[in-house]
Write a protein that binds this ligand. Sequence first.
Ligand code: ARJ
Length: 425
Amino acid sequence: MSKTYSEGDHFKVRDIGLAEQGRMKMDWAESRMPVLMALREEHSKKQSLKGMRIAGCLHVTKETAVLVETLAAAGAEISWSGCNPLSTNDEVAAALAQAGISIYAWYGMNTEEFYWCIDKTLEMKPTLTLDDGADLIFSVHNRHPELAGTIIGGTEETTTGVHRLRAMARDGALKYPVIAVNDAETKWDFDNVFGTGQSSLDGILRATSVLLAGKNFVVAGYGHCGYGCALRADGMGANVIATEVKPTAALKAILHGHKVMCMDDAARVGDVFITATGMKDIIVGRHFEVMRDGAIVCNTGHYDCEINLEDLEEMAVSKRTIRDNCEEFTLRDGRRIYVLAQGRLVNLAAAEGHPSEVMDMSFANQFLSMVRLAEEGKDLEAGVHDIPEDQDQRIAGIKLATMDAGLDVLTPEQVAYLDDYAAGT
Ligand code: ARJ
């Protein structure tokens, strides 16, 4: 990989010369993100974020760029880094840098560079933080605690991050209010299901080009993300096998028409494996030991701990990159196992992440949460806060209006009927 960079006083990206291609990707995304664009129009007039300094740590994609430029249009000063070493789109990063946004992000960075980028974004002494995976909030708390005092609040995009922040809040360790964007219905019920389903299969197909019809497709974790992957793999004719630890989730998978097995059994029969659990060590040495020749293994969870690649490295006699984002490990007995995107989020590393249409709603929630924090964050207690219910309906309403759908309205009599406990049979 080329180790040259473009650097300026407000950015470090792979190649600023890619800005024009990045801008075209952003134009494409804007035309598919009507909710965020409506919010941009409204809040650029109101300047709702004037005086706010927002540090963001979230995958640098064309959709994120639309969010960034919406925050900037509303008056905020921005400093951004990516939240995964393999998810930055270098063209988009260049376009944002070209537009004057402070940004520190490039595809293929190492862990040290990852934290260097986060630290650069913190130099602005933010008033708000915006996270996906909570690495920025953790950095403030663990390495720059002196910054917490001037931070009004933050947001968190994803299940894994919200989970950890709730644990932190329970221990009394979280120093400022954080809004759980993930837990909005217009986020988890769309992004996590339909976004993950489509983009993960997109990543698998770009990295392998295999036929899915007739394959045994093992989904580890039948939460919202796993459900989305299963739904789409099933639609392409694969035989879906789910693995779970939670009885109700396992039961759902069965009633959706899938097989449920423990991983020790699924490992023997799977052709394609995807982990979507948020838990470490889902696929480990003893599973690789029994896999079929040619098995494909990938992850769509936030962190790269779900597939134990150290185990596989130890078992392999050779390794080569056979296609982009596809590494072939050959074991002692000659079996070959293919790992996609180094076990990192396959949908962002090997494809482009969720489509713009679905990120539109996730990022409308991010944007409105930033505005809420700017307006009333000082009155919110340290801890994890939910999105208000009316925000979900408002976002869904704007989205629906762009979709040629008709929506019925309850009459006053119908509204009264709902609560009428005198009316029975
Ligand atoms: C930015 C994306 C994209 C995309 O909202 C999703 C989530 O919860 C993630 C966990 O890290 C990934 C994030 N996501 C998916 N697709 N973020 N742009 N196109």
